[in-house]
Design a protein around this ligand. Structure first.
Ligand code: SF4
Length: 721
């Protein structure tokens, strides 16, 4: 009988970070189960996680994976196979030539929240320690950068204070800007368990649509606050007004542990129930109920995600929500606190190594000269450049304008996932040199690559990730790399060494890493004395004791479940800051020409651009094709039946999709799932160029602090097609 081997690893999809047991037989992955010992999922997996083994089947690998380095002789031509040495030498020579001709700012590196922490660390060091710019950003910019900026502005550090165990301890759960029933399914199962165990637990869901999460709340006797798109800050200010009025403010906590309350109090004075109801479209009595539950049925836990983050006022939305917890003292207690749910599996790890244009290793700030000097010392380089790098949207705008000459894209598909696809496509066409480092050959971005570098993926990768609750888990290989694929960190380190020989020979040795653990140990050292200090952690400890939450300082034997329990925050004086933020509203409000709010979001069984989930027929059983969800009244206003084709037109492009009647979408709204790209959806820009997916419609407007774009909403008009 063939022997089965079991390997403990982590699911590569969402930020819940579930542990998986991978079964292999005779060099093939044959099954996957939830890891009963992993604290995130306790043995459960959702539809995506439980089918991972099928996405790693041999026939899928053959059809979808990039299995050898490829080079395009010219744009538009079929790529041809080259050896690794030839591919990396060419990449090093061309990047060095552009570096010498135009300076370090000519090269942009765009990475991913699906890279492991070790991968991210090497990419970040390569750009900031070798190339000499800060032009590295990541698709985490589209995911969590507003949460980062919101935490830092109020609590002083980018550190989610809560744990998954708080779900069962909360008495009121405020879910806002998150359809967690679909986007974080295993966490939602834990919440359902919590409510079964404690039927008195109250759920409030704030979302413009009646999502599955909102419907579940109503079914459980909770509240659905179907607020107007973009009116989140008005809602939070209105709730704070009511919390103060109803006597739920925690005066002692405010006095001892915070600053800035008076200015905020002045601001929310105007957010009376009547005015808040007008601004949000909600009923005054529902606002009052929500405030009474939030302030009175404690402890209160807020769970939030892209509905807050993907907004031109994303930082302010995060901060305004955190204000509610500070004003009531609902933070640092079991079952209480503002808890951001990360979208991607390692959005947290990327932040930890500073792999974004404005950050440095271990939550250091690029803008801080001392932090730059510390990182330069750690890396043994004279300095880390001070000039902020280009963030995701800016990077592609700069390439479209001809300022960036080269783009190196790893483990992400910007030709589908960034807003304003017409600009992104122009950037990819105009850049003189495009490297795409990918596991999958099928992404829209791969079609633009001059050089394609095959990377390992789930089942093959080796390293660590951090989930939403600050828990670091091992990702372990169950199989050797497919074809000639190599680990992302190893590709980046090899190319860095070759590049260094051209531009800074004394820095070649900076990238001599024999193993991912060697990379990780360097990262660990960078965290010493920082808020995320993990100097007490090791791969061996992860092996022995399982996944651990940071911080875990030298001498400690286990991680930290909850932050700020002593009321001391990560600001210089230890006090949290109230954020006195104005309510601005949408980047692109509806008007007479574009009178409908287009909302975007996730489906239960798909992940991002479907590179992996799209390989399985069974994951299309839930939602088989792209549609535009419209209220029945909207359909009749258009004179259309369900199933008829509707043209959805924004200022940047248009799409034609079948309509589906959905009562949960308001009559002045439309909803399209984010997963289908150009190849499936079709569509065109206003001037008739190129086929584009839903992000051909979305706006590139972004939050001025977090630089996270407003992917969640744009104004459109609807026409019969
Ligand atoms: Fe994977 Fe997220 Fe599903 Fe867990 S909830 S199995 S991490 S997709």
């Amino acid at each position: 009988m063939t022997q089965t081997t079991t390997t403990r690893s982590t699911c590569p999809y969402c930020g819940v970070g579930c542990g998986v047991l991978i079964q292999t037989q005779a060099g093939r992955i044959t099954g996957v189960q939830g890891d009963p010992d992993h604290p995130a999922n306790l043995g459960r997996l959702c539809s995506k996680g439980s089918t991972l083994h099928l996405t790693a089947a041999e026939h899928v690998t053959r059809q979808t994976r990039l299995l050898q380095p490829l080079r395009r002789p010219q744009r538009g031509a079929e790529p041809v196979a080259v050896g690794w040495d030839a591919a990396l030498d060419e990449a090093a020579q061309r990047l060095a030539a552009l570096h010498q001709a135009h300076g370090p700012d000519a090269i942009g590196v765009y990475v991913s929240g699906q890279l492991l922490t070790e991968d991210y660390y090497v990419f970040n060091k390569l750009v900031k320690g070798l190339l000499g710019s800060n032009h590295i950003d990541t698709n985490s910019r589209l995911c969590m950068s507003s949460a980062v900026a919101g935490y830092k502005a109020t609590l002083g550090a980018d550190a989610p204070p809560c744990s998954y165990t708080d779900l069962a301890l909360a008495q009121t759960v405020f879910i806002t800007g998150s359809n967690m029933a679909w986007a974080h399914p295993i966490l939602f199962r834990r919440l359902e368990d919590a409510r079964r165990a404690n039927p008195a637990q109250k759920w409030i869901v704030a979302d413009p649509r009646r999502t599955e999460t909102a419907a579940a709340a109503v079914e459980a006797g909770g509240l659905h606050l179907a607020l107007r798109p973009g009116s989140d800050i008005a809602l939070y200010h209105g709730l704070l007004h009511l919390l103060l009025w109803e006597g739920f403010a925690n005066a002692a906590f405010i006095a001892e542990h915070t600053r800035g309350f008076d200015a905020l109090k002045d601001r929310v004075r105007d957010f009376t129930p009547r005015r808040t109801a007008e601004l949000t479209g909600l009923r005054e009595e529902d606002l009052l109920t929500a405030a009474r539950w939030f302030g009175g049925a404690t402890p209160t836990l807020s769970l939030y995600c892209q509905g807050l983050n993907q907004s031109r006022e994303g930082t302010a939305k995060n901060a305004a929500l955190i204000n509610l917890h500070l004003a009531t003292g609902q933070i640092g207690l079991p079952g209480a606190g503002p808890f951001s749910l990360t979208g991607q599996p390692n959005a947290m790890g990327g932040r930890e190594v500073g792999g974004l244009a404005n950050l440095l290793s271990a939550h250091r700030d690029l803008a801080n000269p001392e932090h730059r000097a510390e990182v330069a010392r750690l890396w043994g380089v004279p300095e880390v450049p001070a000039r902020p790098g280009l963030t995701a949207v800016e990077m592609f705008q700069a390439a479209a304008d001809g300022q960036l000459k080269a783009l190196w894209i790893a483990c992400t598909n910007p030709a589908q996932s960034l807003p304003d696809q017409a600009t992104v496509r122009r950037a990819l066409e105009r850049a003189e040199f495009v490297i795409v480092q990918e596991a999958f050959a099928t992404t829209a971005t791969a079609a633009y690559a001059d050089l394609l570098l095959p990377a390992t993926t789930w089942g093959e990768k080796d390293g660590t990730v951090t989930n939403s609750e600050r828990r670091i888990s091992r990702v372990r290989p169950a199989l050797p790399a497919a074809g000639q694929a190599r680990h992302d960190w190893a590709i980046a380190a090899d190319l860095a060494r070759r590049l260094a020989r051209h531009i800074a020979p004394e820095r070649v040795a900076m990238f001599d890493y024999p193993t991912p653990e060697a990379v990780w140990r360097e990262h660990r050292e960078s965290t010493r004395g920082r808020d995320l200090d993990i100097t007490g952690l090791s791969y061996a400890m992860l092996e022995q004791n399982g996944p651990q939450q940071w911080p875990l300082r030298e001498g400690q034997h286990q991680g930290t479940e909850r932050l700020y329990e002593d009321g001391h925050f990560a600001t210089p004086d230890g006090r949290a800051r109230f954020a006195d933020v104005p309510f601005l509203g949408l980047a692109e409000p509806v008007d007479a020409d574009y009178p409908v709010s287009l909302l975007t979001g996730r489906l239960r069984d798909q992940w991002h651009g479907m590179s992996r989930t799209g390989t399985l027929a069974r994951l299309f059983g839930h939602e088989g094709e792209p549609v535009v969800d419209l209220h029945p009244q909207t359909l009749s206003r258009l004179g259309l039946e369900e199933g008829a084709l509707v043209r959805v037109v924004s200022r940047r492009g248009q799409l034609v999709l079948p309509a589906r009647a959905q009562e949960g979408v308001a009559p002045d709204q439309a909803f399209i799932a984010m997963h289908w790209g150009q190849e499936v959806l079709g569509g065109a820009t206003e001037n008739g160029q190129a086929l584009l997916g839903v992000n051909g419609l979305t706006t590139p407007a972004f939050c001025d602090r977090s630089k996270q774009p407003e992917l969640k909403h744009c104004a459109v008009r609807l026409e019969p097609a």
